[in-house]
Design a protein around this ligand. Sequence first.
Ligand code: HEM
Ligand SMILES: *[C@@H]1O[C@H](CO)[C@@H](O)[C@H](O)[C@H]1NC(C)=O
Ligand SMILES: *[C@@H]1O[C@H](CO)[C@@H](O)[C@H](O)[C@H]1NC(C)=O
Length: 323
Amino acid sequence: MHQKTIVILLFTSLSIMLANGQLDYYYYSSCPNLPMIVKYGVWAAMKNDTRIAASLLRLHFHDCFVNGCDGSVLLDDTKTFTGEKNAGPNRNSVRGFEVIDNIKADVERACPLTVSCVDILTLAAREAVVLSGGPNWPVALGRRDGLTANMKAANTNLPSPFEPLANITAKFAAVGLDSRDVVVLSGAHTIGLAQCFTFKNRLFDFKGTGQPDPDLDSSLATSLKTSCPNVDKSNTNLNSLDMVTTYKFDNAYYKNLVNNAGLLESDQALMGDPQTASMVNDYSMYPYLFYRDFATSMVKLGNIGVITGQNGQVRKKCGEVNH
Ligand code: HEM
Ligand SMILES: *[C@@H]1O[C@H](CO)[C@@H](O)[C@H](O)[C@H]1NC(C)=O
Ligand SMILES: *[C@@H]1O[C@H](CO)[C@@H](O)[C@H](O)[C@H]1NC(C)=O
């Protein structure tokens, strides 16, 4: 074949690929400062509130498990529209919306109507991990914002801390993630906090036994009872998911599980199955193995059900579809 023909063919196939809507590392060539703007926004938010890194990471997860990564979790309810913010797993629980709105405003000033909210959230989750001391990974861009949200799917697709590991694994499988991804992404619980009601059933009368959960270290149970006394009033009190290094992205989460010191029942359940327990053991011993696998699983998470090409839109404001 003639050299020129080959070059032309290469370019056509490249542009067809782009038109077909593959994600791409150079997607926002007209917004070269995007990664720095997002990084600064996350850094400033963390300076004000250390916990926000964990919250942004979780917000990205809750976006991607419902309708794919499409910014659906960011949409506000209106008189005529029901979003996901008030779904069971989200209401009074997910946070970080203002941070995404602020970063979006900064990005709009630099590059008007160019960058989607879902790409900003995806980048912010990565920066949150990096700035917490965790691994870095490349984020390909070009996700478009969805036009809708799905409250029902938010209630059914997102895993609950009270359901068995098999059910959680099934919910991951439904979005193309395997049992290693369950173990690896659960490692996100190395940062951030949980309200007492998400694990209190383990402290007093576990499954009608009248006893605490036998898979919860008894001295940890005792100290958790202080912050989560057996009265409804304590339900929203906050506790560290990883009580050793609450805001540091490290492998302490897995060391805790090996020591029966996982906070959520769903965390400790990873030790209850030989296959997942062996992964937990590996990650507890080899932090860089965890970092490498976490990066890999986060790329998979960020690619779930993305909208690309001419579909969807670039929202002007992350809380509402353009009108
Ligand atoms: C495997 C199934 C999972 C279950 C059952 C689960 C459940 C929970 C629950 C109940 C909380 C506390 C919420 C509250 O008290 O308001 C929480 C917090 C958190 N989750 Fe998960 N989660 C899971 C997987 C994940 C994944 C895959 C990620 C991210 C990759 C993640 C990131 C986080 C983070 C960072 C926090 C702390 C948030 C903060 O402090 O604001 N979780 N999770
Ligand atoms: C700082 O963090 C607090 C606690 O999360 C939050 O209520 C407040 O809005 C934040 N302020 C700024 C300027 O981000
Ligand atoms: C787990 O999944 C099974 C089968 O889908 C279902 O019947 C059961 O109610 C689920 N358990 C919980 C606690 O959600």
